[in-house]
Ligand binder design. Structure first.
Ligand SMILES: Nc1nc(=O)c2c([nH]1)NC[C@@H]1CN(c3ccc(C(=O)N[C@@H](CCC(=O)O)C(=O)O)cc3)CN21
Ligand SMILES: CC(C)C(=O)C(=O)O
Ligand SMILES: [Mg+2]
Length: 267
């Protein structure tokens, strides 16, 4: 089989849909997690503004700043050899107008080495997406549950407005987005969108008939604090339990004088 192992560019990423190859993405926020994800062979890594909830321990993504996103994206890009790295534009870094969005997305590409940015919204962001794409900044669109709209919506809810979702998907494709995230929408609507657009659909809580999937790193690995995991997340490992075991053993060995042993000591 002819497997291309070089770095995944935006055009190569979009071509995975035409090749019928399912796309696997995860989020990552730092050097070791990004290195592991890249080595394992994920196609794309999203430096998500979910960093605000998963890493900073806040209850929404709203407080995350552009400087924080750039800080995390730099660490991720330093670790990645092959995967496409996309950076979330944080709340209020693009909603204030095309000029702000261009300046802020420009900073992300100039200062981090990322390949693309992501922003939330459908037809209302079409003009913005077109302006970024025209400037040479690839855009990943994001429809369905939009965490940055949590205050307007009043919570995190599945989006079920079929007509609106279909029209938004067509609008972001026409505007030039290279792919689209579908977050927490019914399976049948996600399948219908996937069949009706040429750009890849990447689902999270959007069922199996998307062109690809994305999960939050800490959800996938059982490393999320606070206990409650969203319904859409499958936990493939229980790192929380492994880390807890290791820490308890370390504490016990220190208390009993078993650590450090001679192999960790100097004479
Ligand atoms: N750890 C984590 N995982 C994520 O997938 C994630 C984040 N954080 N932070 C940013 C956004 C927020 N996301 C969320 C947050 C909550 C729900 C949620 O509460 N879902 C409900 C179902 C909602 C419904 O039935 O209408 C659930 O029961 O899980 C979903 C996605 C997805 N993203
Ligand atoms: C859940 C994904 C799509 C995201 O936007 C994030 O991690 O911030
Ligand atoms: Mg996000």
């Amino acid at each position: 089989m002819n497997v291309d192992t070089g770095p995944l560019t935006v055009p190569k990423f979009s071509a995975l849909k035409r090749a019928g190859r399912k796309i696997a993405m995860v989020t990552a926020y730092d050097f070791p997690s990004a290195a592991l994800a890249d080595l394992a062979g994920v196609d794309g890594i999203l430096v998500g503004d979910s960093v605000g909830m998963v890493v900073q321990g806040k209850s929404t993504t709203l407080p995350v700043t552009l400087d924080q996103m750039i800080y995390h994206a730099e660490m991720v890009c330093r670790a990645v050899r092959r995967a496409l790295v996309v950076v979330d534009m944080p709340f209020m870094s693009y909603q204030t107008g095309v000029r702000d969005a261009l300046i802020n997305a420009g900073r992300i590409l100039k200062e981090t080495g990322a390949q693309a940015v992501k922003l939330e919204g459908g037809r209302e962001q079409a003009e913005l997406i077109a302006a970024l794409v025209q400037a040479g900044i690839p855009v990943l669109a994001h429809l369905g549950l939009r965490p940055q709209a949590v205050r307007a919506v009043g919570g995190y809810r599945v989006e079920r407005d079929r007509e609106r979702l279909l029209a938004d998907a067509e609008a972001v494709e026409r505007a030039g987005a290279f792919a689209v995230i579908l977050e927490c929408i019914p399976v049948d609507i996600a399948a219908e969108i996937t069949a009706s657009v040429e750009i890849p659909t990447i689902g999270i809580g959007a069922g199996p008939r998307c062109d690809g999937q994305i999960l939050v790193f800490h959800d996938l690995l059982g490393y999320a604090a606070g206990g409650r995991k969203p319904k859409h997340a499958k936990q493939y490992a229980n790192l929380g339990e492994i880390i807890n075991q290791a820490l308890r053993q370390y504490i016990q060995e220190v208390q009993e004088g078993k650590f450090p042993g001679p192999e960790h000591s100097f004479s």
